[in-house]
Design a protein around this ligand. Sequence first.
Ligand code: SPV
Ligand code: MG
Length: 433
Amino acid sequence: MEKTVYMVMSTDVIHGGHIAIINKAKKLGNLIIGVLSDEAVAGYKRFPLIPYEERKILYKNIDGVSKVVKQNTLSYKKNILKLKPDYVVHGDNWINGKQKLIRQEVIETLETYGGKLVEFPYSDDPKYKAIDDRTRFELSLPDFRRARLKRSLECKGLITAMEAHSGITGLIVEKTMVEENGGMKQFDAMWISSLCDSTSKGKPDIELVDMTSRFRTIDDIMEVTTKPIIFDGDTGGLKEHFVYTVRTLERMGVSMIIIEDKIGLKKNSLFGTEVKQIQDDIDSFCEKIKAGKEAQKSQDFMICARIESLILEAGMSDALKRAKAFVKAGADAIMIHSRRKEPDEIFEFVEKFRSKDKTTPIVVVPTSFNTVTEEEFKKRGVNIVIYANQLTRAGFPAMQNAAKKILENHRAKEVDDMCISIKEIITLIPEDY
Ligand code: SPV
Ligand code: MG
């Protein structure tokens, strides 16, 4: 009986390196290609330029491929146990690095029934690297980046966004990954927080940092990253100004603006009723949403309406009434905010809103109610979880501490252990552009 061979692919662009390995693989037997799902690809490297369905067709039509199957995780285990291939084929580039544990699991799984791992030398031809660099660049182009938030939402159901307020924090959000359940986990998007953007400039979060400066922050981040961006638009300002903001953000490649239903001097929501804050009336905020949606030129840009009723203690029914009205006015998503430690009121809102509206994405910012896991939010019907300020809150105490220690010791030696090494900091940022 002919042997079977299993090989996993995720590439958007098929080049000579792939064809060479396929030619070798097919000599071993009947070649089955495992097509990595979009979610699995996005988890371990970057978002695929070409969606799963199209990649599947692409691979299926390569000479020598007898069949394609979906692989939902970076882990091969489930598919190996189902297909029981005689061989699994891979380039030898996964012996070290991110996929080391995945490789180990493949070897152990194959051992359970006598299958073998066959590794072919990986080609590090610079022309293949150039193709990958080009793909990465395309991901950062405005049209592609803008559309990616919706695509991620569709493919994952729940996505996470982490705060970024500069190029370097953007890079942290772009690149930080952890291993999890035989796969990799990373943030899906970036949140340009008004609080953190203002804080990094030493200014209060009262819409004092003007839009030109906020756009500059976005641009700094965009220059070095590819992930989609959710912009904290505060109140959105005057309707007549908001339409310009929408157009600028779209042009830049931002995916979503969130505006909150407040007027007058905006203060940070986490102050709640400790400071004077005024909620906009429903009709006037609906007019702002409508104007934004009419101004919008691209298909994928999203305007999210943020409801401050729970923050300002205006009650659950007011929050739900507003949500309904804002969706009717054209809001693409609803953000519900709370500053309580217990998540009860958020859960209640989500349940009641979802009982009437199954599709409009719900956004939460669990700064206070931070014990709830992403899995629990997802189960309850939330779609976007924003970690709004943790990088800023983690970074500044570390800097204050280092500054104090140097003052106390009259030298810098004592802070060495708290600092990233000079070698690390100069190599953190790649020079090739
Ligand atoms: C921000 O990050 O600026 C926000 C979220 O608007 S919150 O600070 O919780 O109001
Ligand atoms: Mg804000």
